[in-house]
Every structure is written in structure tokens, then in C-alpha cells.
Design a protein around this ligand. Structure first.
Ligand code: 4NP
Length: 158
């Protein structure tokens, strides 16, 4: 199972989703079965690591963010990945527009749909926010990533 996490810039939310999810996958011993990557709907931070504030708060919570920003490559990504998971409704709209066909569109999900504890409807963009906004991103992602693992390992469909 190959998962691609997507946000706007690929320097805050989707690198954090990738880091939190990888951490959980490793803890669950599922590295052989589940792989992931992240990308942005916009390419203006291409080549950059995760935003330092995001990296710092994620690391404090036990998640090491190592990914380098890249834009979504629609043709390849919709072929290479089984699920393409956006962080907010704008990401979902952009991905839906980028998807080359109906099969590809059927792979699109929203991260918060996997939450089982928190009631947020999106992972809010923390870029212009303060530390509490970054903490909230990690709170939501920890909940959603645990839910995603649960769905993938129990074969429940979402
Ligand atoms: P992300 O956050 O989509 O979670 O990576 C953002 C990062 C950069 C910008 C916007 C959102 N920006 O406008 O540069």
C-alpha cells in the first residue's frame, strides 16, 4: 500500500503527516507493507526541507521530519500511489482537478476523515500561525494517522 500526503506547500502539514505516519508504521512493524511520501499542490518551496517551526514541534512530539518539498506530479503520482490524502478542502479540489481520470479521482481522500477522536474537518494551515497552530497540526495528524493504520490493517474501506 502506497500513500501520498498532500498539502499546499509541502513544507508544513504533509511533511508532518509523512513523518507521523512513518513513525507509526515503524512502531507497528509494517514498513514492508506500507510506504508513503508527500507533495504540494504548489511547487514554490520545491527542494526545501520542512519548515523549521514545524520540524521543531514535530521532533518535540517524537516525529523526525526528513522529507524535501516537491510538487504533485499528477500523471506519475496518481499511478504510483494507492491513496492520495489531502489536508483540507482546497487540497481536495486541486487534486480532483489534477487527477487524469476517474480511477485516479477515486484515490483521493481527506486526512481528517480518518480521525476517530478529534472532530476537525481539515488540518488547518499553520504557516502564518503561532506554536499552538503547529501543535494542533500534530494533534490532528496523530489521531488521523492512527485511524489510517487501523483502516489499512483491518481492510475496512473509507
Ligand atoms: P503547508 O503550509 O501547505 O502546510 O506546507 C504552507 C506553506 C507555505 C505556504 C502556504 C502554506 N506559502 O504560502 O508559502
Amino acid at each position: 500500500m502506497r500513500i501520498l500526503f498532500v498539502c499546499l506547500g509541502n513544507i508544513c502539514r504533509s511533511p508532518a503527516a509523512e513523518g507521523v505516519f512513518k513513525h507509526l508504521v515503524e512502531e507497528s512493524g509494517l514498513e514492508k507493507e506500507i510506504t508513503c511520501d508527500s507533495a504540494g499542490t504548489a511547487g514554490y518551496h520545491e527542494g526545501e526541507g520542512a519548515y523549521p517551526k514545524m520540524k521543531k514541534i514535530a521532533l518535540k512530539r517524537g516525529h523526525d521530519l526528513t522529507s524535501i518539498s516537491r510538487p504533485v506530479r499528477p500523471k506519475r503520482d496518481f499511478e504510483d500511489f494507492d491513496l492520495i490524502i489531502g489536508m483540507d478542502d482546497q487540497n481536495i479540489a486541486d487534486l480532483t482537478r489534477m487527477a487524469p481520470d476517474a480511477n485516479s479521482r477515486a484515490k483521493i481522500r481527506k486526512m481528517t476523515d480518518y480521525c476517530t477522536r478529534l472532530r476537525h474537518r481539515s488540518v488547518p494551515d499553520p504557516y502564518y500561525g503561532d506554536s499552538s497552530d503547529y501543535e494542533l497540526v500534530i494533534d490532528i495528524l496523530e489521531d488521523a494517522c492512527a485511524g489510517l493504520i487501523e483502516v489499512l490493517t483491518t481492510g475496512r474501506h473509507l
